[in-house]
Design a protein around this ligand. Sequence first.
Ligand code: MN
Length: 201
Amino acid sequence: MTFEVPELGYDFNALEPNVDAKTMEIHHNKHHAAYVAKLNAAVEGTELADMEVNDILKDLDKIPENIRQAVINHGGGHSNHSLFWQVLKKDGGKPSQELLEAMKEAFDTPENCHIKFVEEAGKVFGSGWCWLVVNKDKKLEIVTTKNQDSPISSGLTPIFCIDVWEHAYYLNYQNKRPEYLEQITKVINWDKVNKLYQEAI
Ligand code: MN
């Protein structure tokens, strides 16, 4: 088996104007594809080639040392983007009652959850990701990761993420990451996030 770039599931322009079509096209067809190609090259001939990428990322110690960093980078890149495409949608529904309750418990209000998420995403220095995860105690948490590191490797279950690498927004937003964050968090696929939350608890 070789890893493959998943279908985007919608047109490149589906998230306009919040995320422009050109950014989506390059991001999916070039950036994500490059992570997949490099992941395939790294795992070729090893037993990892027959595993699910998220299972590989759950236990980094089991990855042969000579390919470990390559798998963290490119396997993470593949896993992270695969989730990212799915949690974005125009008119993507609303947070479920259960998820709203969990947000209140963790962040006092759902609005605070949004504020804190955008704040944390804005603070990522260099390249990385911001995540809404379910932790081992089944509580919601906002975490950030560097480069293409996955929260799965820390035992966390991601239910939403935003890519804050410059390639995710620079064409349209240039240096204005806060504006990108405000706009992209208006096109959340809550139906998908709700489902991931239910599966995680
Ligand atoms: Mn990216």
